[in-house]
Design a protein around this ligand. Structure first.
Ligand code: ATP
Ligand code: MG
Length: 327
């Protein structure tokens, strides 16, 4: 039956993203606890209705690895999406609270995300487009599920037109303006897994000579669709100067740093699970295969489900419910 805003009682703010905010709410008539995502979009009523129609596909997305969907409605000027509430929140929040995540747990995350992506693509031909720790959710039953996938083309357009950030989980081919494929999600998974295992965003590696990149926290705005221009000589000079003085630029300088990071992803070798020997060889190898810069060489989620580390993770007996009770 139709969800109505009047039936939802706000309980708690769960977080803010670039495109809106998420609240824990109670659906009073049924007593169901839900997460309500409020997406502010500047679009015509006809476009809003189209988005709402497209979102209905989520009713058919039934998988243990995908957040369930209760319904969506327009609450002018917003679109509200009501979904399953995950009481342990997203994995970025978890590692920021407890530090680097045990590699066995990270293996379960890899398995869950690959299963979710394979389901979305095989059954619905949906590409996620926004894999990152804040879109991987965990609950006290020990379940790992993905959310915020690109079901509605119209919603993707509306958000891109307004203000959603360029994600630093974006694959090199996407940064260069290529179409999204399921392999772009695999790249984003690789970056996310390193982040969880190390407890920090991988492009903040202090061994890289560009220590400025450590300022990054994932998503940056405004959107920068399409290929990026090369650095101009003036920008390069500025960069040199800044490095030699060790100062970080404010304001407009931020834009420079976004360019630097995106160029870094395109031009430098991909990050790895380091230091060598700290993690199982199979985990290192899995991450390396997610982060092959050439999308033709990179495998699909379905194919990666057969990787030895993922097969190991499938049979691993680590008790995620017990782990969840530790924080
Ligand atoms: P971005 O806007 O860049 O995608 P984000 O994913 O952090 O970033 P939102 O999708 O708006 O932004 O989510 C905000 C926060 O709300 C998340 O970080 C997550 O911790 C929390 N959250 C989202 N969905 C749920 C849910 N179903 N259950 C519990 N917490 C959730
Ligand atoms: Mg999100």
């Amino acid at each position: 039956h139709d969800l109505r805003n009047e039936d939802l009682k706000d309980m708690q703010e769960l977080g803010q993203g670039n495109g809106g905010s998420v609240k824990k709410v109670e659906h009073v008539p049924t007593g169901t606890i839900m997460a309500k995502k409020i997406v502010l979009i500047d679009a015509k009523p006809s476009v809003r209705k189209q988005i709402l129609r497209e979102l209905q596909i989520m009713h058919d997305c039934n998988s243990n690895y995908i957040i369930s969907f209760y319904g969506a409605f327009i609450s002018d000027p917003n679109i509200c999406i009501c979904m399953e509430y995950m009481d342990k929140g997203s994995l970025d929040g978890i590692y920021k609270k407890i530090g680097p995540i045990d590699i066995e747990v990270v293996g379960k995350v890899a398995l869950a995300v690959l299963e979710g992506l394979t389901y979305l693509y095989d059954v619905h031909r949906i590409i996620h487009r926004d894999i990152k720790p804040s879109n991987i959710l965990f609950n006290s039953k020990g379940q790992i599920k993905i959310c915020d996938f690109g079901v509605s083309g119209e919603l993707i357009n509306s958000i891109a037109d307004t203000f959603v950030g360029t994600s630093t989980y974006m694959s090199p081919e996407r940064i260069q303006g290529a179409q999204y494929t399921v392999k772009s999600d695999v790249w984003s998974l690789g970056i996310s897994l390193i982040e969880l295992a190390l407890g920090r965003f991988p492009f903040s590696d202090s061994s890289s000579d560009d220590s400025d990149l450590s300022d990054f926290e994932g998503t940056l705005s405004p959107a920068r669709p399409g290929p990026l221009p090369p650095l101009t000589r003036a920008q390069k000079d500025k960069k040199k100067k800044r490095k030699s003085r060790g100062v970080s630029l404010q304001g407009g300088g931020m834009t420079m740093s976004i360019l630097e990071l995106l160029q870094h992803i395109v031009n430098e070798s991909a990050p790895r699970l380091t230091p060598e020997g700290r993690f199982p060889k199979e985990a290192e190898d899995f991450v390396d295969s997610c982060l092959l810069k050439n999308p033709d060489e990179r495998r699909t989620p379905k194919d990666l489900l057969k990787h030895p580390w993922v097969e190991h993770s499938r049979t691993a007996t680590i008790d995620l419910e017990a782990w969840a009770s530790t924080f």
